[in-house]
Write a protein that binds this ligand. Sequence first.
Ligand code: NAI
Length: 361
Amino acid sequence: MPHKITLIPGDGIGYEVSHAAVRCIEACGVDIQWDSVLAGQDALEKTGELLPQNVLDSIKKNKVALKGPLTTPIGTGFRSVNVAIRQALDLFACVRPAKTYPGVKSRFKDINLVIVRENSEDLYAGIEFQEGKPETESLITQIEKDTKKNMRHDSGISIKPISKFASERIVRFAFEYALENNRKKVTCVHKANIMKFTDGLFLQIARQVAAEFSGRIIFEEAIVDNMAMQLVQKPHNYDVLVLPNLYGDIISDLCAGLIGGLGIAPGANIGREMAVFEAVHGSAPKYKGKNKANPTAMILSGALMLRYIKENKAADKLEQAVSQVIAEGKSVTYDLKPDPLDVSAVGTSQMADAIIDKLKR
Ligand code: NAI
């Protein structure tokens, strides 16, 4: 029986990198039947909707999707199609491994971190009040009354909800992930010293969950600004990081920088019943159609997907092939060359060809 998997090709560089990933995944010999559906700008042009219902239906049916990056349209009222998919399917855990591969230019060697980012709430909940609107004015008046504090009446407001429920499930996910993947330590990253009732709650719940895993997984706490500095100085001190949504987003890119850039940083959005695999990077519109973008992040997201569907051997093979091509440093895209202007850099599809070549040996 083939695995049925939803494929959202994406836009910008999305089509190129997801096409490269599909070719590499297929070269692993896994029997996959792709259900290709459009979301984002392409879907808007064809159907008038950025996130057509058939996209969500396909993922709900197949339970697994591989997704290329999608451009966030400006001025449509839609915050982000990517965030909308995660919220509509309750893909509450964003898992982003950050690992150095030999041959990648990076200040550090042997980094092997995993970021577990809460995906459903925090400042990404999309609860915002625009400056100058009557509802914003009435909210400001109410806040002033309840808190006895003054606010500027020409403010815009974004709400940061952090619940016990969502904090508990993400921290538990991080600890369970750590146990299943032979990790030693979980660090809870927060700003509880300032945001006592949101980050403070996240930390309080993290401490409670951590107590259940005591003796099996080490628990640490870190304030997010200090964490940013520690990561660029001593990244080897960390293992699994669990963070609320916004800090998770920022620290993910920082960690991508530690391991050689966004071109090689994969990710997964995981819920109770389904998962969507996608690179950390976006649609990099300036490289669209230029066969220039690095397909590695998308291919490694495919390897994460193969593990999720229990095709571990194929996942190992794929990761090894990627690793070999990067280590050889010949058939790699511009961003993996010591000099980005190196004319020997290959294109997206040629790098995929080199990986497929290794898979066939
Ligand atoms: P971006 O990640 O698309 O690009 C930032 C820069 O990183 C690029 O200019 C490029 O220099 C480099 N880069 C990214 N991917 C690369 C690759 N595969 N190979 C080589 N270099 C690469 O971030 P940006 O420019 O902030 O966002 C562009 C669009 O993508 C926006 O509309 C944004 O909302 C969207 N986006 C979508 C995401 C998703 O689909 N999950 C995630 C992040 C952004």
